[in-house]
Design a protein around this ligand. Structure first.
Ligand code: DAH
Length: 341
């Protein structure tokens, strides 16, 4: 076998040195190192060699393989140098790719800026939080059926007698009572943007997504203020021709509660295949429930407030008319997809 190895190696080297194109080198590489190459076949036969000779032959085979590989590489280098016969140093170079911010990051920045202009303060609260902040303090006691909607991930760990278990926040509303406890005395104008998690995955849902939550509390805050804030956001974010409407709904933590719709960007509100009746749904909102204010240590006889919580990914997709066929693409880290935007 030893002799065969050395013959094959020398034969390969001779051919490589003669080769004068990359294609030819590729053929040689396949002929020797490919799946059915000459050297590969020898390697396959190694098991037939008597055990006492196997080690030595193995070493020789490895050595032959790396020698052939390094000759291939060297010859390839030589060929490409000789191909570059004429070099013009005045030709501008290739710009290195610089990349850009992810669509969701851009949307978060834009949303923050718009609410900042309205006097909201951006805050952040834990994304793994106690059950109490995510549910109980928002008027959803344990075993309340409303909780089902928030298909929650529970974290194994210690259970606090008052705060309960730790959950991955299924919405940014966990920031509401936290903000009340932090500020203590209103006015409060909070914008909480965070990652949220729910046990769901299909073309329009991803187990991790983003929400932005507004909370405004002061003396004399009314639905008119809520509508004003949302209108103002909708016009700044989607365009001045867009309108919003409030549709009655139910949430445990607001009373009254609304679903906010925006006039369809495709048909301008006339009704089309996409929106059916001229409106598309943005997200939830309402006047903060007195029980929630109390949980945050705020006297509902003195103060009132409104809140809203919408999906960042969702409003972003509606804005641009992006028509993303599958939301999961956004989080796939596939540059072929993401670099289009
Ligand atoms: N947290 C709700 C959700 O995830 C959305 C929501 C509805 C937030 C009404 C609010 C609100 O602040 O007032 O579905």
């Amino acid at each position: 076998m030893k002799e065969e190895i050395s013959n094959i190696k020398n034969e390969a080297i001779a051919q490589i040195m003669e080769a004068d194109s990359a294609a030819e080198l590729e053929e040689i590489s396949i002929a020797y190192l490919g799946r059915n190459g000459k050297l590969t076949n020898l390697i396959k036969r190694l098991k037939e060699v008597p055990p006492e000779e196997r080690k030595e032959n193995g070493i020789l085979l490895n050595e032959a393989k790396s020698t052939i590989q390094s000759f291939l590489a060297t010859q390839k280098g030589k060929l490409s140098v000789s191909a570059r016969k004429w070099f013009d140093p005045t030709v501008p170079g290739n710009r290195p790719p610089t990349g850009h911010l992810h669509l969701v990051t851009r949307a978060i920045r834009e949303i923050s800026k718009i609410f900042e202009n309205l006097g909201y303060v951006r805050v952040r609260y834990p994304e793994a939080d106690w059950d109490w902040f995510a549910f109980e303090s928002l008027n959803m006691p344990k075993d309340h059926p409303a909780r089902d909607e928030w298909e929650t991930f529970f974290v194994d760990g210690p259970v606090d007698p008052k705060l309960g278990q730790i959950v991955l926040t299924p919405h940014t509303s966990n920031g509401q009572v936290r903000e009340m406890l932090r500020v203590k005395t209103p006015p409060i104008r909070m914008l909480n943007i965070a990652k949220c998690y729910r046990r769901q995955s299909d073309a329009s849902h991803f187990p991790m997504f983003h929400q932005f939550e507004g909370l405004v509390i002061d003396k004399g805050v009314s639905i008119a203020h809520l509508k004003g804030s949302l209108d103002s956001f909708a016009k700044a974010f989607f365009g001045t021709e867009r309108k919003t409407r409030l549709r009655p709904h139910h949430f445990q933590f607001t009373e009254p509660s609304f679903e906010v719709d925006i006039s369809c960007g495709i048909c301008g509100g006339k009704g089309c295949k996409f929106c059916k009746d001229g409106w598309v749904e943005l997200g939830g909102s309402g006047m903060v429930h007195p029980a929630v204010l109390k949980n945050g240590g705020i006297d509902p006889n003195i103060y009132t407030g409104f809140a809203f919580g919408w999906g960042v990914d969702r409003v972003m997709m509606m804005k641009a008319g992006l028509n993303i066929p599958d939301l999961r693409l956004l989080y796939s880290s596939d540059l072929r997809y993401l670099s289009q935007f």
